[in-house]
Ligand binder design. Structure first.
Ligand SMILES: Nc1nc2c(ncn2[C@@H]2O[C@H](COP(=O)(O)OP(=O)(O)OP(=O)(O)O)[C@@H](O)[C@H]2O)c(=O)[nH]1
Ligand SMILES: [Mg+2]
Length: 315
């Protein structure tokens, strides 16, 4: 049998669990995750290679509404990535709407009530034919399988999807089935990346993302959305080479002076917490002791300005 290889683009509304699924399949945290929407901001590849095939997952920013330039760039990044898909995966999360509808005692659940308008918009934009498409219904640990039957029936009737797979990306249920559907649909092609590659992202970028994940997990309201992280220094400390020491300095950029105080926290408590938690994750990922220095700076309204986005690495 010929070798199979291709790009599997994961797309969907923000917060449905795309990054969680990619990490689960890879068995490594390559893409950061949080309970807040708009966590992923870039196109991030996760590569899984075996003797028969190479699956190149492409995690994308969640589709959402938002007024800042950063929001528009994130949506565009996702849409552009979809154009390069060998297999297109649309992930949806029905768990919230099903709960709401059950609470309201609505017996006849209909598609419009269960699907988010953004899901419908994406589905309406898909055409029959072209690259294979898979519909993934995530967060099945929160809902009864029977409650999604109307959606499965409806999605089948569209004749757009080659497979419809209910999963729980968090717990792993349905993930092997999802993987085997991909292996079936993947085109024959030689391997595109060396088998030791896990991602296309640099170690520097990953370090910045791990810090940003902690900001998303630990801060509230507008803070996560006004924050970007730039790694200024990423060096192996030669003096401590035997023990292995990686020295990382990063700047957390915020949009306003008032946000700087929140990131620092009372007596520096917040920035210390961010640093400690990020360092633990980085040490686990890189398998080496890490010295992490994190500081905060203001770059006025960076997320609203083209120039601000560019300076902080969002192109
Ligand atoms: N209960 C449950 N929660 C899940 C599942 N998959 C993901 N989550 C949670 O959903 C939240 C969002 O997960 P992410 O993986 O960051 O979602 P995303 O689609 O990548 O989000 P964006 O990057 O913002 O587009 C996190 O709190 C996850 O733990 C699942 O199968 N079940
Ligand atoms: Mg994500």
């Amino acid at each position: 049998m010929e070798y199979k290889c291709g790009f599997v683009v994961l797309m969907g509304r923000t917060n449905v669990g795309k990054s969680t699924l990619m990490n689960n399949i890879l068995g490594e945290k390559v893409s950061i995750v949080s309970s807040k929407p708009q966590t992923t901001r870039n196109r991030i590849m996760g590569i899984l290679t075996d003797s028969k095939c190479q699956l190149i997952f492409v995690d994308t920013p969640g589709i959402h509404k938002g007024q800042k330039r950063l929001n528009k760039l994130m949506n565009k990044t996702a849409k552009d990535a979809a154009g390069d898909a060998d297999i297109f995966v649309l992930m949806i999360d029905l768990s919230k709407n099903i709960e709401n509808n059950i609470e309201k005692n609505i017996d006849n659940l209909i598609v419009d009530k269960l699907l988010h308008p953004i899901d419908l918009e994406i589905i309406n934009g898909l055409s029959k034919g072209g690259s294979p498409k898979i519909l993934v219904i995530n967060k099945m640990d929160r809902i009864k399988k029977s409650s999604i039957l109307p959606i499965i029936q409806w999605a089948n009737s569209l004749s757009i999807f080659d497979a419809i797979v209910p999963i729980s990306a968090l717990h792993g249920d349905g993930v092997p089935e999802f993987k085997s559907e991909i292996e079936k649909l993947l085109p024959e092609s030689p391997q595109l990346f060396p088998e030791t590659d896990l991602t296309d992202q640099t170690e520097r970028f990953i370090a910045g993302e791990f810090i940003r994940e902690k900001v998303f997990q630990l801060t509230k309201q507008e803070i996560p959305y006004s924050t970007a992280v730039v790694v200024e220094q990423f060096i192996e400390d030669l003096e401590h080479k035997e023990e292995g020491l990686l020295s990382i300095s990063a700047i957390i950029y915020v949009e306003k002076d008032s946000q700087k105080g929140i990131i620092i926290g009372k007596g520096g408590a917040m920035i210390k917490n961010i640093g400690t938690k990020a360092r633990k994750d980085l040490e686990a990922f890189f398998g080496i002791k890490i010295f992490l220095d994190v500081r905060v700076k203001v770059l006025k309204d960076w997320a609203r300005r083209e120039e601000g986005l560019k300076r902080l690495g969002y192109k």
